[in-house]
Design a protein around this ligand. Sequence first.
Ligand code: ATP
Ligand code: MG
Length: 355
Amino acid sequence: MKKVWVLGAGQLGAMLRHAGMPLDIDVTPVALDSQQAPAVSSDDIITPEIEHWPDSPATRALASHPNFVNRPVFGRLADRLSQKTLMDTLGLATAPWLPVEAATTSDELYRTISDRVLLKRRIGGYDGKGQHWLRQSEQGDIPADWRGAAIAESAIDFDEEVSLVGMRDRSGQSSFYPLALNLHTSGILAASIAPLARLAPLQAQAESMLGALLDELDYVGVMAMECFRVGDRLLINELAPRVHNSGHWTQAGASVSQFESHLRAICNLPLVTPATRGITVMINLLGIERDDRWLAIPEAELYWYGKEVRPGRKLGHLNLCAPSTAAMQAALLRLQPLLPTSYIEVLDWVNRNLP
Ligand code: ATP
Ligand code: MG
């Protein structure tokens, strides 16, 4: 039995563990703050569920193991400054940006980037945390503790947000899922839809961008690329060197999920371009109590993470997979009364974007 250790014990680690079972891969997530170094053997494999981790006896033991896959990649991608620099070096389009240094002034940012600037903490931001908007009209200024610790990005008036999940094996062969359409509200992913025929014309562009990054990094496993679509052009928003929330739809909508693809790649098992079935809608369950009535919807699969309920927190997700738009609309109609009214906008967005 192959053994894989996951650095981090959140929902991504749990879903990797779930995906390992049918392949008889023993996946063990390890809490980042664990004070005990796990007993890792020399032929075990290590992979993280996050790109930046605190120092602890457990993370030290795992991150220094020779079978930590993609080890050098995390330093480059965990810091938004080196991540953006990498994209610039490869000539890949991103939102125009500048580092925020000790002497950087907001006037300089307004002059050189845009009158609307999004500051992003270089390290550790997620789900819209670690973001700060500066607007010239409001004379927004750089908070003191963001100097030297952030980048500044131009606000992008995007048409919509899409993401690509790709994977690469040890021989350097890459494959990709179809693009997903994503809705973010307050910086946090609310829902994804995939596949969508109308996004197919962007697929080759997205694959060549992520493919270039995977090759440059000599990457093994699953990586996600979040993009803004502006007309027929993609700008990369950010990269995640791991399984990603916008790929959760693959659990229901693809023959091999992103979690299994990642395990296959790091365990040197065959990778495929997964076949998709029908259309899948992924809805994040944010800050709401679990409702077992969701399970009465035949198209719905629930992943509940078992975390304490807190406002806005990612507590689980629903995947709805249906063979046709009509069947998906019917499933969404059954779901709507089982979600709080705050979900009306999300469900409207989904309905508007179904084929
Ligand atoms: P994640 O949880 O995916 O790691 P994050 O908090 O690290 O997210 P981003 O993905 O960079 O941060 O941004 C979150 C969201 O904020 C984006 O999906 C997008 O909706 C919005 N956003 C980010 N950058 C910009 C930008 N330059 N212009 C306009 N909107 C943006
Ligand atoms: Mg993001």
